[in-house]
Design a protein around this ligand. Structure first.
Ligand SMILES: Cc1ncc(COP(=O)(O)O)c(C=O)c1O
Length: 375
């Protein structure tokens, strides 16, 4: 189409394809693992074997590319598989900067697995630019950002840090899971790669695992495609179909969830039983100005520190009725989680911190639930 479409429209159109057999509007799921070869040896439809490519994965990759304004997208079977593929582009002796409060499995993957292969990592508070400057060395090849971070919602300045990385020839990758492409587009802010756990807001209903990397240009395309096809951590056609279905309603869901999260954060900030609220949309948030500069909305995740320590925080999770106590995030139902007990004793997450994923329930019901639980 020659007309320039708005993001909401593009999200829907990019998840549709014309089914040449039946004209189906909802894309069929192509379960076939292998595809027929012509007598001349060619593949009429371009598919050979489902690990290498299949119509549903191609659709999802096209859609992810649209959402993040990228050059190419590469889909994986989970967010961690996508992260792992990015780390696989490194070489022994390379140095990586990772946020000191990065998602704990990202840290684990880098230290426990890639550390053994000679990749060195420095943990950095990415919300303090001077700390980034002093941690960068001439061996640094990758600066990894997670903004907002999990679970303390620190914000890092994507443009400023990407500039620092580029100045020494390193790449900047952003885990954009918490913000989604609706909240911010790291590639447009200067990053080279975006990683998503599509398990979260993109799938949106807590029923599918997935991940994706979107690249700004073709520099790492071949390596990442190789990693996808040869390592084999690929999403099934049904997984891709479910994520594409989630993408169709992503804008509407995420905007509504963000609106509720802002109201809930403001309410909790004023509550006498709450010590601190971590939400980048609050003017009290230490990096609120950076958040305002680079985000279109402040997301639907927040965390709170409850007065009275770990015991009180755990008791509150037991009293909340509309926030299911469970891990993960980004679905239509609200969740709450005591993070420290998930991350382990060595984690720097405060003992009294509860992480909240705001769903699509009515905001007044959610606020009432906290009012009762904190009494
Ligand atoms: C910020 C962030 N990145 C990556 C992941 C990993 O994604 P997955 O569980 O799909 O492997 C998660 C999962 O919670 C996450 O919150």
């Amino acid at each position: 189409m020659s007309r320039k479409l708005r993001p909401e429209t593009r999200a829907i159109r990019s998840t549709m394809m014309t089914d040449s057999n039946a004209g189906a509007v909802s894309v069929p799921i192509t379960l076939s693992t292998n595809f027929e070869r012509e007598a001349d040896g060619s593949y009429q439809h371009g598919y050979i074997y489902s690990r290498l490519d299949n119509p549903n994965r191609q659709q999802l990759e096209k859609s992810m590319c649209e959402l993040e304004s990228g050059h190419v997208a590469i889909a994986f079977s989970s967010g961690m598989a996508a992260t792992s593929a990015i780390f696989q582009t490194l070489e022994p002796g390379d140095h990586v900067l990772l946020p000191d409060d990065a998602y704990y499995s990202t840290k684990d993957l880098m230290v426990e697995l890639f550390g053994k292969w000679g990749i060195n990592m420095s943990p950095v508070n990415m919300s303090v630019i001077d700390e980034v400057k002093s941690a960068i060395t001439n061996r640094t090849k990758l600066v990894w950002l997670e903004t907002p971070s999990n679970p303390q919602l620190r914000i890092s300045d994507i443009t400023a840090i990407a500039d620092l990385a580029h100045a020494i020839g390193a790449k900047c990758a952003v885990d954009n899971t918490w913000s989604t492409p609706i909240g911010q587009n790291p590639l447009l802010l200067g990053a080279d790669m975006v990683m998503h756990s599509t398990t979260k807001y993109l799938g949106g209903h807590g029923d599918v695992l997935g991940g994706a990397v979107v690249l700004k240009d073709d520099e790492l395309e071949e390596l990442l495609r190789k990693s996808q096809q040869v390592s084999g951590a690929v999403p099934s056609p049904f997984d891709c179909w479910l994520i594409c279905r989630g993408i169709k309603t992503l804008h509407t869901r995420f905007k509504a969830q963000m609106e509720t999260a802002e109201k809930l954060a403001t309410y909790l900030e004023g509550h006498k039983e709450i010590e601190t609220v971590h939400y980048p949309g609050l003017t009290s948030h230490a990096q609120h100005d950076v958040a305002k500069k680079q985000m279109r909305g402040f997301g639907a995740m927040l965390s709170v520190q409850v007065k009275g320590g770990a015991e009180r925080a755990l008791a509150v999770t037991g009293k909340l009725e509309l926030f299911t106590t469970a891990t993960s995030l980004g679905g239509v139902e609200s969740l709450v989680e005591h993070r420290k007990s998930i991350e382990g004793e060595e984690s720097s997450t405060p003992d009294n911190l509860l992480r909240v994923s705001v769903g699509l329930e009515h905001v007044d019901d959610l606020i009432e639930d906290w009012e009762i639980a904190l009494n």
